[in-house]
Design a protein around this ligand. Structure first.
Ligand SMILES: Cc1ncc(COP(=O)(O)O)c(C=O)c1O
Length: 396
């Protein structure tokens, strides 16, 4: 008889790294996750969050969330379709439609559920889903769940996209799904070329802008706006509230008829309880603060320039981008964990990435700057990077 749990008994990597003092996951924070936070009683510079606009501790966000609890309680206890829609959900969706320039918007309980629900709802086994090879796991899972044929093109490569599209049946239904800002290394999608090629081949475009919304665009509208694109170029613009919006939940904005279809057919929307009141209210407030936040984005850009050029002049291997994500490529698992541990011991939190998130040999620390960091936070962090990087002989 096959013992299903045998694999669990043999899964000892976490213990091995714990014994070496190098296990980097499930680190508990004991304070608000802002520009600095507390880890095991020690103040730590936070370079590992997606709180790009720094809104997790904004006083107006806190007030909005507390008022929502007073007025609506702690949870909705039901699906949006049935007993889980509050005035707040409708207000949130209307505000986002206006902000993003789309006819309608739907709010899911997580960004993961957006991708898992929409691809499956929109496609059948006769259709094709075209996906960048480095798309986020939630997109991959959405495609796995759908019955459509999956076609992968090379990362951010318009020529390869054109090649794969030209080989597909002309009359088939086709959905291109990819990201505005790629989640691990923060590189931007060349959206102008990608959207044009897709539409030349009668392919609908869905862009997951989880890491672009709030950060890029004239007033934080995201990556399509950054490139001068809008609803005629990106048919479905989706994202999450777990990053710049400093809450939890996800959204998709599109035409009224597409949203109407999704809200009656996407299983991850229908069969899961709705976003709780405090989250809805904080997202409504975040939508307002993001639009008014040009000065925050200016500060973020300034800090990112300082941080990136500091890392490069120290000799770290990173990737240029206009996003708030700054990867530090180490290229070896144990060395990556040692760098993570050294930084943490000296007061800087980062996120180490390994297989399957990145290929073996491309291990990296994913770091990010937020709009409420100060120049001192950046300079203090760089000083610690210099010290630990030299000790580990990662930099000269
Ligand atoms: C590109 C992308 N899409 C979707 C998600 C999922 O979002 P959520 O945290 O809201 O489930 C993430 C989160 O890591 C992401 O990076």
């Amino acid at each position: 008889m096959t013992d299903l749990f045998k694999k669990a008994r043999k899964f000892t990597d976490p213990q091995t790294y714990k014994q070496m003092g190098l296990y980097p996951y499930f680190v508990p924070f004991s304070a608000t996750i802002g520009p600095r936070t507390m880890i095991r009683g020690k103040e730590t510079i936070m370079l590992g969050s997606n709180n790009y606009m720094g809104l997790t501790s904004h006083p107006e966000m806190l007030k909005a969330a507390k008022d929502a609890i007073d007025n609506f309680g702690t949870g909705c206890t039901g699906s949006r379709l049935l007993n889980g829609t509050l005035d707040l959900h409708n207000e949130l969706e209307a505000g986002l439609s206006k902000f993003l320039g789309y006819e309608d918007t739907i709010a899911f309980t997580t960004g993961y559920q957006v991708n898992v629900g929409i691809v499956e709802a929109l496609t059948t086994k006769k259709d094709y889903v075209i996906s960048d090879e480095l798309n986020h796991a939630s997109i991959i899972d959405g495609i796995r769940l759908s019955k459509a044929n999956r076609v992968i093109y090379k990362h951010n490569d318009p020529q390869d996209l054109e090649r794969v599209l030209s080989e597909l049946p002309k009359n088939a239904g086709k959905l291109l799904i990819t990201e505005g800002v790629f989640s691990i290394e923060g590189d931007l999608n060349p959206l102008k070329e990608i959207c044009k090629i897709a539409h030349d081949y009668d392919t609908k475009v869905m862009i997951d802008d989880a890491h672009g919304t709030g950060v890029l665009g004239d007033h934080g509208e995201g990556t399509p706006n950054h490139f001068g694109l809008g609803k005629d170029d990106v048919d479905i613009l989706s994202g999450t509230f777990s990053k710049s919006f400093a809450s939890i939940g996800g959204f998709a904005a599109a035409s009224e008829e597409v949203i109407n279809y999704i809200k009656h057919t996407a299983r991850s929307f229908l069969f899961s309880a709705s976003m709780p009141p405090a989250s809805c209210a904080s997202v409504i407030k975040a939508t307002e603060l993001i639009q008014k936040g040009d000065h925050m984005r200016d500060n973020l850009r300034k800090l990112l320039k300082r941080y990136r050029s500091g890392l490069v002049s120290l000799g770290f291997n990173t990737v240029p981008s206009e996003s708030a994500i700054v990867p530090i490529i180490v290229g070896e698992l144990e060395k990556n964990f040692r760098l993570w541990r050294g930084l943490l011991d000296n007061g800087v939190y980062t996120n180490p990435y390994m297989m399957p998130a990145v290929p073996v040999g491309h291990e990296l620390l994913r770091t990010s700057i937020i709009a409420t960091h100060s120049e001192k936070d950046v300079d203090d962090a760089l000083e610690i990077f210099a010290k630990v990087g030299r000790e580990l002989e990662i930099i000269p």
